[in-house]
Structure formats: structure tokens, C-alpha cells
Design a protein around this ligand. Structure first.
Ligand code: MV4
Length: 521
């Protein structure tokens, strides 16, 4: 077993990995940028080393600095967490050169399964259904048009190097293709340095369900159930749960076998996730594979009792998996909320700043994986996720009841959080009954706005003033903001002094400005 692991990450995931190290009597080594000097992961580590300026391009993304710190500290392994370098095959290659173990798949498997089109080829080869579309990158716009005519509109253009909806464009009719092609290609070029695109049939209201796989270096690969991840905002997951409310034992088995087949064909080891779109008839289509530990891994841990991070470490050290497929049983239900420092009244704009007071929820079945503490300042430079609140229950209803209670207990002052959003989602009949799909949250947020807008319109009509009616839309946006505030409860920063009052006035002006910038529906 390893003696010392360097964690090439920050925030809650660095803390999570440090906890696994501690349990396994392995020393955990943190790295930190200038603005992370006082971060929780640094405080909880056995050792910590600075790796440069706040910008991740000059710190967390610099392989030489990570390897340098690992060498200096005498680490025998590196865990990349998620994001940053986690899916960059250059890191496992540099690890191999330095004689350090990489806690993740081989660079070859990462490349094979990380390229969306290469992975689609593998899926076809092993007989796993993919969404109809191109298997290879498209050479030119004309090819995209021809393919789209063949499979029928709507279609979606996606980046070969993509992920997270970047470089992705919906094309509903032929006339939209040229513009979509240009936009998607330039976005992909900017984000990934690779502007190549491929094309898929656009599925209308699919669910996003992913399968957790685990592979060791002895030829064993198993699946550890699924996670339902359809509740997303602009391609960012917001709530995840395990099991999926629509899953059956039979479908889990079929999807699990498909995921294992894919992982095996790609030479996969360690923890990975196979994403699928599932339609209303429960047909499933392979989407892409994530060759890393996922943000939402805790819901799987809660329902399987498997510690995914300890398993990753064991597997990377050459140990065989401790369980076979038939040993993995799903027990109960787990739901996770991603808590962000963002302003729900300002389009969920990041809201970093100093956390004044913070109370962590607790109680039966409650788990909080976070990377912050009261008195700490959330930096501007990174993803503003504060942590994840996870509730487990014997069934979905119990998990949701516990989650609701815990959300009520969560308190943070000094910064804005999205906690109020979860309470509104949890209150809907659709969410309660498990009746949702990938665009559900975007539709829900749009309808919330419309609802207030309609009320203001009705009032304007009653007043009979043209001037008032023309202002209705701006007023609606402010009203919805006020309505959110009134429902935020304890977690809203209430203007209790001059400074806060001034800030909210400034924000109202900011919102009005934003209304002019955003295209109106
Ligand atoms: C799709 C799709 C419908 N049809 N592909 C969005 C992010 C990227 N990972 C894949 N995404 C989608 N791909 C086809 N052929 C719908 C989405 C999608 C989506 C997927 C998962 C979760 C939320 C989503 C929200 C909008 C669109």
C-alpha cells in the first residue's frame, strides 16, 4: 500500500480524499495556490506545499509543479480528484515517468474513452446503443447538413473533445445549421483547443442516468448501480440521486452490463462513470464516459456501502476488488444537493466572499461533504461549490424528508447560496413523483419567472396604463427576486444595515442592466 498520497486538487474533493487517506493510515499531502493558503484542505492535510498564483493555469493545472511537489514530499501516488487535471492523460504519463502511481485509469484508456467519437466507435463495436448520428468527426458543414437530413431534425452538434454542454448546439431546422456550426466550432476551439464536431439525433425529453463502474488490474470490472442526474441547470448538475426513480432491477442489470462491456473494451481500470440518455420508453443510449471520480459519487457510496475513494486507492496499488458483482446490493435511497456560493436573484451568478457564520446540518442519514468553514473567504478564482449535502433514507420519501430538514438547518451568512432553490425544487409535484427529464430545471426556472410576469401583466392591464404594461417585464424580474428572497428564510442575507441596503440597490440596478442584455422570450 502507498505511504503518502499527493492530492492534486482543492476544496471538498481534496478534503474527501484526505479523509480516505487518514482512514487507511496513508499520509495526505495537499497543494495550494496563493489564495488557498487558509483553505480547509490545507488545514486537514498532513503536509501542504504552495504551487503558485491563484490562476489555476499557473497552479493546479501545471503538471510539473504537481510532480515537483510530489517528488519533494516523497509521495508514492497522486490522486487528481475531479476537474483540473483529472482527465488529462499527460498527468498519468508524467506520473509514470516520475515513478509515481496515478490513482485513475491508464492514459491510453483515458484517451480511448475520453474522446467522444472514439468512445462511440467502441460502443458500436461491443453492441451498446448510441444515439443515432456520426461516428466520426464531421469534415465540413455540408456533411453535417447531409447527415441531419438523413436522420431527421432536430439534431445536436457536439464537440469531439467536449463535455459539460460546451461546444454543443441544438439545430431544429436546416436554416439554423450554418450558424450553429460556426458557434459550436468556435466555442469548442476556445474551450478545448479542438474545434471538431460530430452530430447526433436530438432526443426530446431524455433522462440522464449514469452507471458507476470499478475495475482492478486483475481483469475484474463491476458496476455499482446508477445515479439519476437529470436535474441540471445549463448542463451543470444540481441534484443527483441513487437509485433513479425510474430504474427497475432488470434495466439496472442491462445498463450495468453495457457499461462494463464498454469499460472492458476500453481497457478501463479504477473508478469511472458511463453516461446514458434514457427515453420515456426506457431505451438507453450511451452518451460518454467520464474517466474520473465524479462530484456525485457519495450517493452511490450511501446506497452501496462501498467507499469509492478507498477502492480507487486500493486498485491503484494493485489490490484486487474486494467484492464481486453479486456482492453489490443497493440499499435505501440517497439524494445530493450541490451547494454553491451563488446568487439566485442574479441569475445564479457566483457570489464569492467571506463566510461569516456557518452551521452544518446533521442528524440521521445526513452527510455533508464540504470544503469550507466559517471565517474563510470563498475565492473568486474557482468553481464556487461550497460542498454537497447528502441525505440517505430507507426509501426515497425518507431520504427527501431528511434532506428537507437538513436544508432547513443549513445556515451560512456573509455569502449568498443556492439553498433556497433546492427547497423550491423539492416542493414540486414533479420532483416528488420522480417525473422529470434533462431540461426540467431550465423549464421550471423559466416558468417561475413567467408566473410572476403574468401576475404583473394582469395588474398592468387592470390599471390600463400602456406605460405600466411596458415596464411589466422588468418589474417581473424584480418581483421574482423579491419572492425568492422572501422564501429564502434564514439563509438570505437580509439588509439589516446601510451597507447591505446599498448593496441590494446596486444589485437591482445590475439586474435591470442584465435584462437589457439578455434576449427576451
Ligand atoms: C443530448 C441531449 C439530447 N439528445 N444529446 C448536455 C450535456 C452533455 N453532456 C450532453 N447533453 C445532452 N445531450 C442528444 N443526442 C440532451 C442533453 C441535455 C442534457 C443532458 C444531461 C443533463 C441535462 C441536459 C440538459 C439539456 C440537454
Amino acid at each position: 500500500m502507498f505511504r503518502k498520497i499527493l492530492i492534486a486538487n482543492r476544496g471538498e474533493i481534496a478534503v474527501r480524499i484526505l479523509r480516505a487517506c487518514r482512514e487507511m493510515c496513508i499520509r495526505g499531502v495537499a497543494v495550494y495556490s496563493d489564495v488557498d493558503r487558509a483553505s480547509l484542505h490545507v488545514r486537514l492535510a498532513d503536509e501542504a506545499y504552495p504551487i503558485g498564483p491563484a490562476s489555476s493555469r499557473e497552479s493546479y493545472l501545471v503538471i510539473d509543479k504537481i510532480i515537483g511537489a510530489a517528488r519533494y514530499a516523497g509521495c508514492d501516488a497522486i490522486h487528481p480528484g475531479y476537474g483540473f487535471l483529472a482527465e488529462n492523460p499527460a498527468l498519468p504519463r508524467a506520473c509514470a515517468d516520475a515513478g509515481i502511481a496515478f490513482i485513475g485509469p491508464s492514459p491510453e484508456a483515458m484517451e480511448q474513452l475520453g474522446s467522444k467519437t472514439a468512445a462511440r466507435h467502441i460502443a458500436k463495436k461491443v453492441g451498446v446503443a448510441t444515439v443515432p448520428g456520426t461516428l466520426d468527426p464531421l469534415a465540413k458543414l455540408e456533411d453535417a447538413l447531409e447527415m441531419a437530413r438523413q436522420i431527421g431534425f432536430p439534431v445536436v452538434l457536439k464537440a469531439v473533445a467536449g463535455g459539460g454542454g460546451k461546444g454543443m448546439r441544438l439545430v431544429e431546422r436546416e436554416s439554423e445549421m450554418a450558424g450553429a456550426w460556426r458557434d459550436a466550432a468556435s466555442e469548442a476551439q476556445n474551450a478545448f483547443g479542438d474545434g471538431r464536431l460530430y452530430l447526433e439525433k436530438y432526443l426530446l425529453r431524455p433522462r440522464h442516468i449514469e452507471i458507476q463502474v470499478l475495475g482492478d488490474h486483475h481483469g475484474n470490472i463491476v458496476y455499482a448501480g446508477e445515479r439519476e442526474c437529470s436535474i441540471q441547470r445549463r448542463y451543470q448538475k444540481v441534484i443527483e440521486e441513487a437509485p433513479s426513480p425510474v430504474m427497475t432491477a432488470e434495466l439496472r442489470h442491462t445498463m450495468g452490463e453495457a457499461a462494463v462491456k464498454l469499460a472492458r473494451a476500453g481497457g478501463y481500470t479504477n473508478a469511472g462513470t458511463v453516461e446514458f440518455l434514457v427515453d420515456a420508453e426506457r431505451n438507453f443510449y450511451f452518451l460518454e464516459m467520464n474517466t474520473r471520480l465524479q462530484v456525485e459519487h457519495p450517493v452511490t457510496e450511501m446506497v452501496t456501502s462501498i467507499d469509492l475513494v478507498k477502492t480507487q486507492i486500493r486498485v491503484a496499488a494493485g489490490e484486487p476488488l474486494l467484492f464481486r458483482q453479486e456482492d453489490i446490493v443497493i440499499r435505501g435511497h440517497a439524494v445530493e444537493c450541490r451547494i454553491y456560493a451563488e446568487d439566485p436573484d442574479n441569475n445564479f451568478f457566483p457570489s464569492p466572499g467571506k463566510i461569516l457564520v456557518r452551521r452544518a446540518p446533521s442528524g440521521p442519514g445526513i452527510r455533508l461533504d464540504d470544503g469550507v468553514y466559517g471565517g474563510w473567504t470563498v475565492p473568486n478564482e474557482y468553481d464556487p461549490m461550497l460542498g454537497k449535502l447528502i441525505a440517505w433514507g430507507n426509501d426515497r420519501a425518507e431520504a427527501l424528508a431528511r434532506l428537507e430538514g437538513a436544508l432547513g438547518e443549513y445556515y451560512a451568512s456573509g455569502i449568498k447560496t443556492n439553498v433556497g432553490l433546492f427547497r423550491r425544487i423539492l416542493a414540486t409535484e414533479d420532483f416528488r413523483s420522480g417525473n422529470f427529464y434533462t431540461r426540467w430545471l431550465d423549464d421550471f426556472l423559466r416558468d417561475e419567472k413567467k408566473h410572476v410576469s403574468a401576475k404583473v401583466d394582469a395588474q398592468a392591464a387592470a390599471v390600463g396604463s400602456v406605460e405600466v404594461a411596458s415596464l411589466a417585464e422588468d418589474a417581473a424580474a424584480l418581483a421574482v427576486a423579491a419572492w425568492h428572497m422572501s422564501r429564502e428564510g434564514a439563509s438570505a442575507a437580509k439588509p439589516s444595515n446601510g451597507v447591505a441596503a446599498k448593496e441590494s440597490q446596486w444589485k437591482i440596478e445590475g439586474r435591470l442592466e442584465q435584462l437589457d442584455r439578455e434576449p427576451r422570450r
